[in-house]
Ligand binder design. Structure first.
Ligand code: NDP
Length: 312
């Protein structure tokens, strides 16, 4: 069994920021990246709202910078998943997917969140077989150059991805279940002023047609009850995210949707020595900068905890 003072789970802005602070404090952190090293920002393009980058930066490049900065101060970055935890305490036990057992004095959770799906059988089948259903326009939009596509959702993600797809595709159908967008004003304007994007208000997808590849979607107008079909080659789903916290069920307090609950003004969870940061505990702001901020909080809380316990 390996003994670690501070184990960080996750490699988005929260995890790497926690690692930078913990490493500089001499805590010798070990960071497990999880299945998407770099987290959600590795599947986005331009990041224009992270302070310090006046001309913007590509998401994957930014996460490379985060990783290098964490490693520069001695963070041990490991490309694996944590599969099981035991927080009975006082030392916390964790197991990697290859069965390696770790005993950690403190744990920082930065496992982020994952894309949500509509839950249609046809959607899932076509998504898992690469048949033209995707939850990431930036990753897969390229395959639909010159083709007509649709995107579901009315938030900032859907607006951003619709705008991105409109650069590649002649027409983008944006399917919004209400009669207004949830997206920020600036993103709304970009969508509504883009002549390649057709917004279908009060519209829900009831089925995806095509086998082995998408040919059309069936939609219903939830105000008029009218059913129609739209011929498309690609369907993008951008309806929000689910926190990656299943691993901690039964150990850590979470809300009804699975977001970890921290003590107000801190990164402390209900278990001593276990801290939470980033999107795994934030359903309100969910920004790279807020994730980084809470990663910093988690590292400072962990450092204080380790000092109080006489471990460092
Ligand atoms: P949001 O939760 O903000 O929006 C989800 C959208 O999907 C809403 O329009 C919602 O409709 C719709 N939706 C949810 N479930 C369904 C369903 N089953 N069928 C149809 N539509 C559905 O998620 P986002 O991923 O867009 O954004 C998450 C956070 O990240 C936000 O805080 C956002 O501001 C931020 N963000 C910021 C960006 C930036 O600043 N560049 C870019 C991307 C995201 P309804 O409104 O009716 O609930």
């Amino acid at each position: 069994m390996e003994k670690i003072k501070c184990l960080i789970i996750g490699s988005g802005p929260a995890g790497y920021t926690a690692a930078i602070y913990a490493a500089r404090a001499g805590v010798e952190p070990v960071l497990y990246t999880g299945s998407t090293p770099g987290g959600q920002l590795t599947i986005t393009t331009d990041v224009e709202n992270y302070p310090g980058y006046p001309d913007g930066i590509m998401g994957p490049e930014m996460m490379e910078d985060f990783r290098k900065q964490a490693e520069r101060f001695g963070t041990d970055v490991r490309y694996e998943m944590i599969e099981k935890v035991d927080f009975t305490g006082p030392k916390h036990k964790l197991w990697t997917e290859s069965g390696h057992e770790i005993e950690a004095d403190s744990v920082i959770i930065s496992t982020g969140a994952s894309a949500k799906w509509l839950g249609l059988e046809s959607e899932q089948k076509l998504a898992t077989t690469g048949g033209g259903v995707s939850a990431c326009a930036v990753c897969d939009g390229f395959f639909f150059r010159g083709m007509e596509v649709a995107i579901v959702g009315g938030g900032d993600t859907a607006a951003e991805e619709a705008t991105y797809l409109a650069k590649l595709c002649p027409k983008v159908h944006m399917l919004v279940r209400r009669d207004e967008l949830r997206a920020s004003k600036i993103m709304q304007e970009r969508v509504l002023n883009n002549e390649k994007i057709q917004v279908h208000w009060n519209t829900e997808v009831t089925d995806v047609i095509g086998d082995p590849v998408v040919e059309a979607i069936k939609v219903v107008n939830n105000k008029t009850g009218e059913h129609t079909e739209i011929a498309i080659k690609g369907l993008f789903v951008a309806i929000g995210h689910q926190p990656n916290t299943k691993l901690f069920e039964g150990w850590l307090d979470m809300d009804e949707t699975g977001y970890l609950i921290t003590k107000p003004g801190t990164a402390k969870t209900n278990i001593e020595g276990v801290f939470a940061s980033g999107d795994a505990q934030d359903k309100v702001y969910r920004q790279a900068i807020t994730a980084a901020g809470t990663g910093c909080m988690a590292a400072l809380d962990a450092e204080r905890y380790l000092t109080e316990k006489g471990i460092i």
